[in-house]
Design a protein around this ligand. Structure first.
Ligand code: GSH
Length: 205
């Protein structure tokens, strides 16, 4: 299977953490595919017209995206404990947590783009909106922290760990840990997992 990836994409990181936790990582051939909102990647678009990472191309040519679909697919390829609960309320709690973390990541990517613009082009109302949504989300995650897992982890835990790590990587000035001790303590332990340590963002291969 071919995974279009970048070593700095937090959505790719979520996929790679799932692949490592489930033992399917050796089945992935990673292809470095640069992306930018204003520069469509034509080679990637042959597999994913949205030009987004991650995109997973199966051996029969079927291209899977987005990251949530890829993670759930990888979870069908192993015999261990599932990252995606099969049914019931537990499944929807895990899916909701993943959607929450992914939605927060979408906001952070847009926020970072806006922050990086020359000052005259930045829209103050957008910046205020992103800041309000980020703070409210982190406060909600702090309340959720006692329910987050360190054993028998699920997709929601992985997605939340990846979005918190993205704050550290790209938005460290926001100091997300301030006033959120339970979330910070959980994340400190989760970040010690081999799957997290070996997917630290960087220049990568
Ligand atoms: N909902 C998507 C989001 C993926 C996404 O936004 N990926 C970024 C890289 S971190 C991207 O491909 N950006 C390029 C673009 O938007 O054109 C997912 O979960 O995979």
């Amino acid at each position: 299977m071919k995974l279009h990836y970048s070593p700095r994409s937090p959505f790719v990181r979520k996929v790679m953490v799932c692949a490592l936790e489930t033992g399917v990582a050796p089945q992935l051939t990673r292809v470095r595919s640069p992306v930018a909102m204003d520069t469509p990647n034509l080679a990637l678009m042959r597999d994913n017209p949205l030009s987004k990472l991650p995109t997973l191309v199966l051996d029969d040519g079927l291209a899977l995206f987005d990251s949530s679909v890829i993670c759930e697919y990888l979870d069908t390829l192993h015999d261990g404990k599932r990252l995606f609960p099969a049914e019931g309320r537990e499944r929807f709690v895990a899916l909701q947590q993943q959607a929450f973390a992914d939605g927060l990541l979408d906001i952070l990517l847009l926020w970072r783009q806006e922050r990086n613009k020359p000052e005259v082009q930045r829209r103050a109302q957008w910046l205020d909106g992103f800041a309000a949504k980020s703070a409210a989300s982190l406060d909600a995650l702090e309340k959720l922290a006692p329910n987050l897992r360190l054993d028998s982890i699920q997709i929601g835990d992985i997605a939340i760990a990846c979005v918190l790590a993205y704050y550290d990587f790209r938005l460290p000035d926001l100091q997300w840990r301030e006033g959120r001790p339970a979330l910070a303590a959980w994340h400190a332990q989760f970040a010690e997992r081999d799957s997290m340590r070996s997917t630290e963002p960087g220049d990568g291969e």
